[in-house]
Design a protein around this ligand. Structure first.
Ligand SMILES: [Fe+2]
Ligand SMILES: [Fe+2]
Length: 244
């Protein structure tokens, strides 16, 4: 695998020019903040915004109740189906992003500079296709309770925001396979936890068949996590030349 770390002219640290340390510290001390106030003022300002803000989105009412199994609707009666739909929408969006993350990792591992990448592309493609299957699984689950899988739910929105950095790491042409594996590891850790929680939620909503189906996805996600963790660990140890 290609080396992730190289020695170069990194100028971000103070040790690059010890002769200038005194002057740099003096400048930092002499330069006041651009606005008055301290951390408390920032917290107060945020508090004001929080008090005035609305919510990041809402759950659309079911577009059609036609074709929705009445047993499904009965099971959800007296519960809060919108909270369930929110999390289903979140999983759906995350699995779709998962496909794109793996697509980017496959492109990275197939690139000339990472030609010596030891990660089997076949396994990556398998994981990528499983993420797609999970996306379809959640889509079907949403339709079965009359929810619109094309609507972006609030949790999906928040999750998308949180995952932005991962996509950027994967698609940055300068990042190494190891950098990308670290980003995928973050995604898979979150994914594993989210599936576990979604299964509990489905069970408590009385959706036992759905929960069982989600169990299949969770087992595949566990396999993804084991592999990605192993690849990342090896990449870091190899980079430090301490594999053995
Ligand atoms: Fe996933
Ligand atoms: Fe996964």
């Amino acid at each position: 695998m290609e080396k992730s770390t190289v020695i170069g002219t990194n100028r971000t640290g103070i040790d690059m020019s010890p002769i200038d340390i005194k002057e740099m510290v003096a400048l930092a001390n002499a330069t006041p903040a651009s606005s008055p106030g301290d951390e408390q003022a920032i917290a107060d300002m945020r508090g004001q915004y929080v008090a005035e803000a609305g919510v990041p989105g809402s759950i659309p009412p079911p577009g059609t109740l036609k074709g929705v199994a009445s047993t499904a609707m009965q099971k959800l009666t007296g519960k809060n189906p919108e909270a369930f739909i929110d999390k289903l929408g979140c999983r759906l969006a995350f699995e779709r992003s998962g496909v794109r993350l793996y697509d980017a990792l496959i492109a990275k591992c197939s690139s000339v500079s990472a030609g010596s990448s030891e990660i089997p592309l076949e396994t990556l493609r398998k994981f990528r296709n499983e993420e797609l299957q999970h996306f379809k699984m959640v889509e079907g689950a949403m339709r079965s309770i009359g929810a619109d899988p094309t609507a972006q739910t609030p949790s999906a929105d928040v999750d998308g925001m949180a995952s932005l950095g991962l996509v950027q790491v994967l698609t940055d042409p300068r990042t190494s396979v190891a950098h990308c594996l670290e980003a995928i590891l973050i995604a898979e850790l979150a994914d594993n936890d989210a599936w576990q929680l979604l299964i509990v939620l489905a069970e408590r909503m009385g959706m036992d068949d759905m929960a069982r189906e989600f169990g299949v996805a969770l087992r595949e996600e566990e396999d993804h996590l084991i592999h990605v963790r192993q690849w990342f660990r090896k990449a870091v140890l190899d980079d430090a030349a301490v594999t053995h």
